[in-house]
Structures are given as C-alpha cells and as structure tokens.
Design a protein around this ligand. Structure first.
Ligand code: NDP
Length: 246
C-alpha cells in the first residue's frame, strides 16, 4: 500500500496528460484528490468522475497558474473543503520554444509565471497546511538536465529553476518532516508532446529505451515519492526519461 489512505492531494493541471494520470494514481493509492485546470473544464470533470468511481473524493478547481490570487485561493479552498492537505504535486506547465532573440517579453513572462512562479506560490500556500509526512513533488523535465536542441532556452530555464526550488525547500521543510522532490519526465505522449508529433522521431533518438513514455509511467514515480516508501527521499531529482539524460 502506498500509504495515502485518508490523505488529501492537490495536483495542478490535473485535467489532461501527466497531471490527470497522477491524480488518478494518487486516488488509486487511497488519497482524496483535488485538481486544478485552466481551460479544460470537461476533461477535469471526467477525471473527477473516475476518482469518484474509485470511491474517493475528487474535486476540480479552475485556477490559472499565472494568477497568484487564483493560486492562493485554490489552495485555501482545497484545505477548507477537505480539512487538510498532505500532498502537493506541481505539475501544470506550458511548453515553449524559439530562438532567444525571437522570444517576446510577454511569452517570457507567461512561461516563467506558469512554470516557475506558480510552483513557488503553490508551495508557499501549501506549507501553511502541510504537516509531518507532507509531500511536495514537482514536475521538471529532462531538458533541465540535458538540452539536445536549440531553441530551448526559455523552457530549460523554467524547468532548471525547479531544481533550486526543490533543494532549497527540502532544506527548509525537512525539520517539519515534509519532503520535496522533483521528477524529470522525458518525452511523454501527451497533448503537449504527442508521440506522433513533428519532432517525435528526433526526440526518440535521444531516448535510451527508444520510445516515448506514458503519463502513467510518470505517475508511478510521483506515487512513490508521495507515498510511504518515499519517506526518506528529499531534495532529489528522479529522471523518468527512458535514459534521455543518460
Ligand atoms: P499537457 O499540455 O498535456 O497538459 C497540461 C496540463 O496543465 C493541463 O491539465 C492544463 O490544464 C494545465 N495547465 C496548463 N497551463 C495552465 C495554467 N496556466 N493554469 C492551470 N493549469 C494549466 O502537458 P503534459 O501533461 O505533457 O505536461 C505536464 C507537465 O510535465 C508540465 O509541467 C510539462 O512541462 C512537463 N513535462 C512534459 C513532458 C512531455 O513530454 N509531455 C516532458 C517533460 C516535462 P487545461 O487542460 O485546463 O489547459
């Protein structure tokens, strides 16, 4: 057993892709799960329905990660509705690409707001509620460890920032018995990076296992870090990338 019975998890960006798989996996592990989304209300409700079908409580909250007030309000609402918060999974993120001289300031800000500021703010809001045994799991990227193509400066910057956040929070929250870790997915078949997309063969060429990963394979790693077996792991980066960064 993962040891999440009676625990409450919040997964950002839980309507699709990796976040949806994580939300379902944590519910399977025994947790009640709240998830945020931005635009995909129907998809979010589908995930909630599946969580409900497992006999757990699910709840979808619309919160644009780029909006600091929405982030703090989402955490407060979840803590109030469930009466506690044990696991935060900072998953919501956006992709970005382009030569450095072509990235507009608006895009730079937007990507940093969603991929970096929001995980920081979610952690800031969550630590008011997390207690002994609490967990924060971030979703980074293999690109934070190995950049194999040009045009990735913004995305790589945003994901590498999470390494510092993870290590610093592991130090800060360790005395409270809270662990903080970061999972680095490789190419994972989702809307963001479809396994039949234009650059898919190129990406696959860097993967030791020679294939895309699935959202469920990432969810398994998050489940480990969120559960009992992960209790002595903190400040760590866990690559789930098929050997992309090897
Ligand atoms: P998807 O694009 O498939 O899903 C993104 C999810 O994040 C959706 O649930 C979306 O909500 C939510 N989201 C996006 N922007 C916001 C926002 N501003 N506010 C709230 N929610 C938001 O992405 P993936 O599942 O592929 O990616 C999940 C995470 O994994 C990201 O952090 C990504 O960078 C990372 N990652 C992905 C890899 C891959 O190959 N797929 C590789 C390495 C890392 P909505 O449906 O409402 O739009």
């Amino acid at each position: 057993a993962a040891g999440l019975d009676g625990k409450v998890a919040l997964v950002t960006g839980g309507s699709r892709g990796i976040g949806a798989a994580v939300a379902l996996r944590l519910a399977e592990d025994g947790a009640d799960v709240a998830l945020t989304y931005q635009g995909s209300a129907e998809r979010a409700e589908e995930v909630v329905a599946k969580i409900t079908a497992m006999g757990r409580t699910g709840w979808a909250v619309r919160a644009d990660s780029a909006d600091p007030e929405a982030v703090h309000a989402a955490v407060a609402a979840v803590a109030e509705r469930f009466g506690r918060l044990d696991v935060l999974v900072n998953n919501a993120g956006v992709g970005a690409g382009g030569a450095i001289e072509e990235v507009a300031i608006e895009e730079l800000d937007r990507v940093l707001e969603v991929n970096v500021r929001a995980p920081y703010l979610y952690a800031q809001a969550a630590v008011k509620h997390l207690t002994e045994g609490g967990r924060i799991v971030g979703i980074g990227s293999c690109i934070a460890q190995r950049v194999v193509f040009p045009g990735a400066a913004l995305y790589a910057t945003s994901k590498a920032a999470l390494i510092g956040l993870t290590k610093a929070l592991a130090r800060e929250l360790g005395p409270r018995g809270i662990t903080v870790n970061l999972v680095h997915p490789g190419p994972i078949d989702t809307d963001m990076n479809p396994a039949d997309g234009p650059s898919a063969d190129f990406q696959r060429g860097f993967v030791a296992l020679g294939r895309y990963g699935t959202a469920n394979e990432v969810a398994g790693a998050v489940s480990y870090l969120a559960g009992e077996d992960g209790r002595y792991v903190t400040g760590a980066e866990l690559s789930v990338d098929g050997g992309f960064a090897a």
